[in-house]
Design a protein around this ligand. Sequence first.
Ligand code: ZN
Length: 99
Amino acid sequence: MNDKKIEPGATTRTPLNNCLDCGCKISAASTPDGRAGPPPTEGDLTVCIKCGAVMMLDRDLKVRGMTDAEIEELTSNRATMDELARMVRCIHLIRHRAN
Ligand SMILES: [Zn+2]
């Protein structure tokens, strides 16, 4: 059983926008581990909680696609890629269990 608790400051409200892949509404960004952290800023990666799409936040904290250069930089960072893969696997597992 997962007994992690979301700490205050772990979630930041964002302007209402939509996932670029599945179209679900997005109105918040949370830290990946549910612990309090710095608020999200432009250029931070974000993962859709519904479909696992990896996107980037723009200056208004709305999601946007990544440029080829950003994708190249991301895919060259092994630690970040491992963390993203772990998060996407968890999202897909949760989605599978919900269906
Ligand atoms: Zn999505």
